[in-house]
Write a protein that binds this ligand. Structure first.
Ligand code: AMP
Length: 369
């Protein structure tokens, strides 16, 4: 590595908005980032060198492996590519965490083995298995592809056999998982970070609102969180970090069922529900991820005052209008707006919860949410 961290080189698989925000944090730390992404217009290109190639391209992987440490910002990169990079140098988090997170069945089996509560689930590889799983879990249930699902894609809620048949026809070409439908009160997540020196820090629980499977809003910290609930979430995520010998930021999505937490999924990377940390926490998840993978001391995860994050989905906004809201901060990812596509986000802070609610309502009116 270069002298100290100044000029240390970080390679990143993926060059989307998460890469861009990692790049912005990295530049402040004096790091040099190189991204690998097949898309020439990748948002991260504004913050570092972009190698435009397939994730399995041998020459591109060789170039990426010249970095002092490699990480990823995209969860569906091929595990084989990460394993190749691991043979040549440090990759954080490693292929093991990625392998588990890429497959919902592995993920839920891992939760179960660690004593982490999870919705009831069964593997489904055929119509007969689906019928058997429905007989044991009952309706309603959620049928999901085991791999490559994101933002609510690759899943369906089943209320009866007719819906089961239609969903199986649509999704059944791939290995599936059936989950019991959880009547949760709210969705929460916890972002945690572990450094290569073994230091661990967790951000407070946040509350998330999804529409059509896509995250719309995060409230940080989540309201009405007892010490027990926070401790339970921290306990879950710390178990995962230790079990996976994990280095970097990890997000755990949870369902809150009357104070009982059920784990839905993990993201082995910086996460949309942690975007608020850029202005809302003492240290952003992006900076902490970089500190962690470089073995540097972690920064405080405290949230000094209430804040919220609103995703900008599918359309551009009028920056002047958004920024009229006090303490609102706009992040634009430089992506072409398309329906359902996350093109930016707004973080807003306030001195108290009531003022935050007013500011969020004002922003939601402006965004047509
Ligand atoms: P996922 O892709 O697994 O994160 O699911 C997207 C969204 O679907 C979640 O954020 C929940 O709102 C909902 N969802 C997923 N799994 C379940 C479940 N087992 N029961 C009820 N709702 C679910």
């Amino acid at each position: 590595m270069a002298d100290g961290i100044l000029g240390a080189r970080v390679g990143v698989l993926g060059g989307g908005q998460l890469g861009r925000m990692l790049g912005l944090a990295g530049r402040a730390l004096g790091l040099e980032l190189t991204f690998l992404d097949p898309t020439p217009s990748s948002p991260a290109a504004a913050t570092g060198e972009l190698l435009v190639a397939d994730y399995t391209d041998a020459a591109a992987l060789a170039r990426l492996s010249r970095a002092d440490v490699v990480t990823f910002e995209f969860e569906n990169v091929p595990v084989a590519a990460v394993k190749q990079l691991e043979e040549r140098g440090a990759v954080h988090p490693g292929s093991r965490a990625l392998e588990i997170a890429q497959d919902r069945l592995n993920e839920k089996t891992c939760f179960r083995s660690l004593g982490i509560g999870t919705p009831p689930f069964e593997a489904v590889d055929s119509w007969e298995q689906l019928l058997a799983a429905l007989a044991s879990l009952g309706y309603p249930a959620v049928l999901k592809t085991r791999r490559f699902g994101y933002d609510g894609k690759g899943q369906a809620v089943l209320r009866n056999e007719e819906e089961a048949r239609a969903a199986f026809e649509r999704l059944g070409g791939a290995p599936l998982i059936l989950e019991g439908f959880v009547r949760f009160q709210r969705e929460l997540s916890i972002v945690a970070v572990r450094s290569s020196a073994g230091e661990v820090a967790t951000y407070p629980l946040v509350q998330n609102h999804h529409e059509g499977g896509i995250l719309r809003k995060t409230i940080a910290p989540a309201p009405e969180v007892s010490e027990e609930l926070q401790a339970a979430a921290r306990g879950y995520v710390e178990k995962l970090l230790a079990h996976l010998d994990y280095v970097g930021v990890l997000a755990l999505e949870l369902f809150d069922c009357d104070g009982r937490l059920l784990a839905n999924e993990i993201a082995p990377r910086v996460h949309n529900t942690g975007h608020f940390t850029i202005e809302g926490a003492r240290t952003s998840q992006f900076e902490n991820h970089l500190r962690a993978i470089l073995g540097l001391p972690l920064g405080s995860t405290e949230i000094p005052e209430p804040c919220a994050m609103l995703n900008l989905i599918g359309a551009a906004v009028e920056p002047g209008a958004v920024l009229q809201v006090p303490d609102a901060h706009l992040h634009w990812y430089g992506k072409e707006p398309r329906p359902g596509r996350k093109v930016g986000h707004v973080t807003v802070r306030a001195p108290d919860v009531a003022t935050l609610s007013e500011r969020v309502a004002r922003l939601e009116r402006l965004l047509g949410a």
